[in-house]
Write a protein that binds this ligand. Sequence first.
Ligand code: IMP
Ligand code: MG
Length: 185
Amino acid sequence: MPETSAPPEPILKKDMGRALISAERIAKRVEEMGREISEVYADIDTPLVLVVILKGATVFAADLLRSLSIPAELEFVSAASYGSGTSPGKLRLAHMVEGPLVGRHVLLIEDIIDSGRTVSAIEKRLRRLKPASLRLAALLDRPARREVDTRIDFTGFVIPDRFVIGYGLDYAGLYRELPGIYTLT
Ligand code: IMP
Ligand code: MG
């Protein structure tokens, strides 16, 4: 994403226009997702492991975690690109989960699925840790730019081909604090 351009001027919350997805709609949808996920995993005999992809998914994960009615643990992974521009598809994991995942039910939590490269690389690494199951929950799905076939088990919203910020999603490290999701224009 556009990390090479100069950081934009911070936009204050009071100056934001109409949200693409309001805080209220997000809250409602995340509650629904929490119920759906709790039903799917109702019968597992170990706590669900939420593996949150840093940093964008942390806000979504914090709300989703509190909407679950089943026990869950939290783990984090962080993906970073190798070099700059040379092989854009190559990802390395800057942080990997700390606990063992053998035989555990794992739910990967991501903010937005764009090309699909980030989750596909992370899923590949997580599968090596032999979880009992591995599913994906994404707040946003932007299918227009998909490059890697990606199965999303729990989707919050499907969005058009626009760059978005807020509710954890950033542009040049900024705007994660916005309570709704906005397009950057
Ligand atoms: P993918 O690997 O192309 O699917 O990209 C997913 C990652 O790119 C996400 O984890 C986000 O951090 C970032 N990203 C993609 N689109 C956006 C956006 O519209 N706003 C903010 N971050 C984005
Ligand atoms: Mg991300």
